[in-house]
Ligand binder design. Structure first.
Ligand code: DO4
Ligand code: MG
Length: 290
């Protein structure tokens, strides 16, 4: 089942039929057994006609987030560990990544408030004070306030590799800025955990030409989702639930950096494709002009 957040409300797509759900987004998704709740909607509701469905979906698809915080896990795949060790060799921080990959406690960091999150078809930003920027396609969990995983979406954990590589203590600046996160296009809800063989694919286009593409599968992750959730919820409460990006396993080569105008397509099996255009934030200034 796919749950979309659109301007007119919440739209459920189940068994090739679509239904509008008249409920507050946070209230709707923050429940136990969300899959069971959504499965019984077609019993009483009338499906949308093809015309009305097409009209609703012709407007913007909003990120599937209400008032939740977005958190992220790091160095959960070998590829991420290796890329980070390489980028931080000069700063002497390479061993940090090696250690956290093997440690019992995972790396978890705050990524975004809901207000800074972009959605499918929208822009994500690169920093003007960063010379090396990449998107990070990540399977993202929606966890309810009780700490139970209820759905999955695609997350883009935009990152400045030059700032992160300069000094590990700069991680918040490398990761947290306006529109450095995107979620979408929908919340995939299933009674069963997402299939570990699901592919995560990244395609980057420049002037309509593919300049980078790669894919991996969820199964390559080093940690279990439950392990990540348990550490995140150990000393934090999330009254409306929380989104957790689970780390990247697709890392473009060191010679690659994003440019304004690039189009980033992230696809995860069962969830769909999220497309974002890269831009600079028109409201911020160059660092040397501040
Ligand atoms: O340690 C830095 C960030 C790691 C990360 O974002 C990832 O592995 O996806
Ligand atoms: Mg990441």
């Amino acid at each position: 089942m796919k749950l979309y957040k659109i301007a007119k409300g919440s739209l459920l797509v189940i068994h090739d039929a679509a239904y509008i759900i008249d409920d507050d987004w946070d209230k709707l998704i923050n429940r136990d057994n969300l899959a069971g709740y959504l499965q019984q909607i077609p019993i009483d509701a009338i499906p949308l006609s093809d015309e009305v469905y097409a009209e609703f979906m012709s407007g913007p698809v909003l990120p599937p987030i209400g008032s939740q915080e977005v958190w992220a896990a790091g160095v959960t795949y070998l590829k991420s560990r290796d890329a980070r060790m390489e980028e931080s060799e000069a700063s002497g921080a390479a061993s940090l990544y090696d250690k956290v990959y093997d440690a019992e406690r995972p790396e978890l960091f705050f990524k975004s408030t809901a207000q800074r999150v972009s959605g499918h078809g929208r822009e994500v930003y690169i920093r003007k004070d960063s010379a090396w920027n990449v998107p990070e396609p990540e399977l993202t969990l929606f966890i309810n306030s009780k700490g139970n995983i209820q759905g999955y979406t695609i997350g883009n954990d935009m990152s400045s590799r030059s700032i992160e590589g300069e000094n590990a203590l700069y991680l918040p600046q490398a990761k947290i800025y306006e529109k450095s996160a995107a979620l979408g296009p929908c919340l995939f809800v299933s009674a069963l955990p997402i299939d570990a063989t699901s592919a995560i694919k990244l395609v980057i286009k420049r002037n309509d030409e593919v300049v980078y593409e790669d894919a991996t599968t969820v199964s390559r992750i080093k940690r279990t989702f439950t392990e990540l959730v348990n550490f995140l919820y150990a000393e934090l409460s999330f009254p409306a639930g929380c989104f957790l990006m689970t780390g990247t396993c697709v890392v473009p080569p060191p010679t690659f950096t994003l440019q304004a105008g690039d189009v980033v397509e992230m696809t995860i099996d069962n969830i769909g494709t999220m497309v974002n255009t890269i831009a600079f934030n028109p409201k911020t200034n160059q660092l040397n002009q501040l």
